[in-house]
Structure formats: C-alpha cells, structure tokens
Design a protein around this ligand. Structure first.
Ligand SMILES: *Cc1c(COP(=O)(O)O)cnc(C)c1O
Length: 390
C-alpha cells in the first residue's frame, strides 16, 4: 500500500542549511523541546547540560531579551515574566511567607499598592505604606517581622524622588531585602544594583519595549537563592512571558537608549513650556521641584521623560484640555515612543477619594505626561492649543 501523506508532513524538519545567517532574531514559538535521550534530559534538569525543555520554564527569546536587560542593569540571570505585575507578584510571593511584613512606598504603582493592601493580607503577609522620601518614616515602619522594602525611585504621578541611599543603608543595617521597581527611571538614569538593591524589577511593557505592543516584566536578584525562589514561583504559578512578546520587546529594546535620550531632552523643554503656559509643573530637572537636589545627586542629569502638571478649573478644564489635543493619546500608560497624557483622578488613582488624592497632591486638574520622541515644536504647539482652550 502506498503512503497517502509524505513522511515529512507531520514530523518537523530543520530549516535548509544556509551559508548565510538570518539578521533578525529568530522567533521560536515552540512550547516544548525534544532531547536525544533520558540521560541528556537528566543532565539538562541537573545543570550538567544546557537545554530548553518546556517554554514555561524558559525559551530562547526570553533568554535573549533577559541577557540584554541584564547588561543594562549590571545584573546576571534576569528572568522574564508575562507582565510587570507578574514580576512584582513573583518577587513578593517567592520571597515572603505567612507572618512576614513588607514596607511599601506610599505612592507605588497602583496595582503594586493593591497587591500589598488587598492580595498579600489573604496570605498572612502584612504591610505598612510609608513615604520613601522620608527615611525616618520608613525606619519607623520596620517591625521584627519586616523582611522586605519595595520602592520605586520616582513616584507616580507626583514624581517625588525616594531617599534611595538612606533606604539602602537601612535595609543593609536591618537585614531587609531591598526591591526596586526601576520602570520609571530605567537603567539609563539609575542602576539599583550599584546602590544596594537586592532585587530589580521592570515593567518591560513601558520604556524598555517602548511601542505599546508587547507586555512583559523582568526581575533580577543579586542573591542566587533569591533568584531560585523567584524563578520557582514564576514557573509554578505560570507567570512566564511568551516568545512572541519577547521577540517584539527585543526589537523595541534595540532603540531604547535613543528613544530615552530624545524623550528626556523633549521632557525638559516641554516642562518649561507648560510652566510658561501657566500650569504648576512637576519635573525633577526643574529647580522648583521639591526633590530637585536629590534627583540631581541620584540621577545626575538624567531626569527622565515624565512631566506632571496641574491646571485650575476642575474636571471641566481637564475635559477641555484633552479634547483640544485630539492627536495626542489620552491613555493610561507610559513609556511609549509617542507622547501620552494620563489623568490620575479618572484612571490610576480613581480608587481614592478626592480627599485621598488631595493628600497626595492630585486635584481634578492633575495630569501626567509621558513624553515621546516627536519634534518638540509639534509637542509645544499641541499643548499651546490645549491651554488656549481653557
Ligand atoms: C506599568 C507598571 C507596572 C506593571 O507593569 P505591567 O506590565 O503593566 O503589568 C509596575 N510598576 C510600574 C512602576 C509600572 O509603571
């Protein structure tokens, strides 16, 4: 009897041998990897041989992306997760246990705050939120159960700058794990491992990937035991990132330094322009920012691409401003190659009462701008038009 399908139809075959090589990074979507024999598979699991097994546990596109971010952060063995929040989750659940206490910055990313206040208590992990610009407040939050401090260098959206040196010294003195979410600052401005951090987290989704079309996170730990615990949590809880997103993010990352430098240059100019238009502006690079001196010492001249400002006139003025700038994305994200504008009261901080927002310095007229790489003249024109509508 003749075969009705060719042998190679179902069985996978290798690409034809080629003396030339692909210039683009290959995308490897395979979920599973075939080993030659059980002895080799044993060696793979036991570390005697390197090889992929099942892509929840690792795959080539994640390895390539992680090693590039490792190089930026001065880290080793960084891990890729499905989202930035998956990196936060893996770090907290991987390193904390029932009975432990964590100190978090009081202006952490909204979902990280929810993680501390709504999720961790269900697992018996308690927390205190404290102002990371005030080292006495952080120190006062330490209890005998405290195991970890989680901070962001620059807060969202008020752009306050944490006392990172004070916090690192405190963490060292008390034997606490210092976790730094470096999403806003990026390694272009601040490399937490050089300043005493034990764990560094990124939402790759933001500036590192930079095009709002891939969602991933990154986490690296200085201590191999911490790394192993976090990796175990990622693989068991299923928090790993997909090959396609890694492949997209790697492409975005290739231009990260160029995008960052240009966006930062634009941000400084746009901050001054918005101040001239009459708003109260928050930009760490401006001498009128409350943490300007600390920002200069910690970040040098790298004051970042985020600018916040506040206008008078409540919600009506906020609506008028965004409607008068229809080509600029009014969207709750940051780090895109193009400029995006977000409004705390209707998005990131909508869970708070108006009084709660006021205590953090955010009225209905409070906006945050993630500045992109456009021609600065275009950006100035758009904001001029927006303010003219007020
Ligand atoms: C966006 C963000 C996160 C979460 O990242 P996702 O990729 O959206 O899950 C965590 N921390 C900071 C500072 C962020 O801006």
């Amino acid at each position: 009897m003749t075969k009705d399908i060719p042998d190679n139809l179902v069985r996978r075959t290798a690409f034809p041998a080629s003396v030339s090589r692909a210039v683009g990074t290959p995308l490897q979507p395979s979920v599973v990897y075939a080993s030659p024999d059980p002895d080799t598979l044993d060696a793979q699991y036991e570390g005697g041989a390197f090889g992929y097994t099942y892509s929840r546990e690792g795959h080539p596109n994640a390895s390539v992306l992680a090693s590039k971010i490792d190089a930026l952060e001065g880290a080793e063995g960084g891990l890729i997760t499905a989202t930035g929040m998956a990196a936060v989750t893996a770090t907290l659940l991987g390193l904390l246990s029932h009975g432990d206490h964590i100190i978090g910055g009081n202006q952490l990313y909204g979902r990280s705050l929810r993680m501390l206040t709504k999720e961790l208590p269900r697992y018996g992990i308690s927390h205190t939120l404290a102002d990371p610009t005030d080292i006495a407040a952080i120190e006062a939050a330490v209890t005998p159960q405290t195991k970890m401090i989680l901070v962001e260098v620059v807060s969202n959206p008020t752009l306050r700058v944490a006392d990172m040196d004070g916090i690192a010294a405190l963490a060292k003195e008390k034997g606490l794990i210092l976790v730094v979410d470096n999403t806003f600052t990026t390694p272009r401005a601040y490399r937490p491992f050089e300043h005493g951090a034990d764990v560094v987290i990124h939402s790759i989704t933001k500036l590192l990937a930079g095009h709002s079309d891939a969602m991933l996170g990154y986490v690296a730990a200085r201590d191999p035991a911490h790394r192993e615990a976090i990796e175990g949590t990622i693989v068991t809880l299923g928090l790993s990132g997909s090959p396609y997103d890694c492949w997209m993010a790697e492409r975005g990352l290739m231009s990260f330094h160029l995008r960052y430098d240009r966006a930062e240059e634009n941000a400084a100019k746009l901050a001054d322009h918005i101040a001239q238009l009459g708003a109260r502006v928050l930009y760490p690079g401006r001498p009128d920012h409350p943490d300007h001196n600390r920002a200069g010492a910690l970040l040098g001249p790298r004051f970042g691409n985020m600018v916040s400002f506040e206008i008078q006139g409540g919600r009506a003025a906020a609506n008028a401003l965004t409607r008068a700038m229809p080509d600029m994305a009014f969207a709750p994200t940051l780090g895109d190659i193009g400029t995006t504008v977000s409004h705390a009261a209707s998005s990131s901080h909508r869970g708070l009462t108006p009084e709660g927002r006021a205590a953090l310095g955010m009225s209905e007229g409070f906006f945050r701008v993630s500045v992109g790489v456009e021609d600065i003249a275009l950006l100035k024109d758009e904001f001029s038009r927006g303010f003219a509508a007020l």
